[in-house]
Design a protein around this ligand. Structure first.
Ligand SMILES: [Mg+2]
Length: 192
């Protein structure tokens, strides 16, 4: 039996783009701190470092205004994403702000990442209402939402800020992009 193609939503920040690396550099410079990505061990890290939520997102937007400086999460990222094309349609689905949308799209294109649609949503919660089979994402809170929604699967891309996410149904953790093809094969089998 031929397995059906999956509709796959690939997140941008933290999954394709290492924007938090640039974020740490900028925060360190502005606030005289010495943060590294490993210090960002929860989703609301700003609470821990007494950075306001407003500053957190302002600085993240500023990172994207200089999008040429944002590195990919892994070397040869476009080739790694291309290895999942055989599983179905790939959309880049991001909660980036409206004003950084063009920059973010330029970044994806400059990286030569191939995808079907570039989709912007207002917030991570809005991702779940879109009709995807699989979400490749790093957002801890999205995982519970996916797990509670029938027929939705997640590939949780391992990051310092999502290590405390417990095991839950239909959420599979990937240590790197190299794990993603075999996890998608597993999901495809389960859905067929
Ligand atoms: Mg993300």
């Amino acid at each position: 039996m031929q397995s059906r193609g999956l509709k796959i939503a690939v997140d941008l920040d933290g999954v394709l783009a290492e924007s938090m690396l640039v974020w740490c550099e900028r925060v360190n410079k502005e606030f005289g701190m010495h943060l590294t990505m490993d210090d960002l061990d929860s989703w609301s890290s700003w609470k821990k470092f007494s950075i306001s939520k407003g500053d957190f997102y302002r600085i993240l937007d500023e990172c994207w205004e200089d999008w040429q400086e944002v590195p990919p999460t892994e070397p040869r990222i476009a080739g790694k994403v291309a290895r999942i094309e055989k599983f179905g349609d790939i959309d880049v689905v991001t909660g980036r702000s409206k004003k950084t949308e063009t920059a973010a799209k330029s970044w994806v294109d400059r990286q030569r990442i191939r995808y079907r649609h570039f989709v912007r949503v207002e917030g991570w919660r809005d991702k779940i209402v879109l009709d995807y089979d699989v979400y490749i994402d790093d957002a801890p809170d999205l995982m519970r939402l996916i797990s509670e929604t029938p027929l939705r699967w997640a590939v949780l891309y391992d990051r310092p800020w999502n290590r405390s996410v417990p095991e839950m149904p239909r959420v599979l953790r990937s240590a790197s992009w190299n794990d993603v093809p075999k996890l998608l094969a597993q999901i495809q089998k389960a859905l067929s």
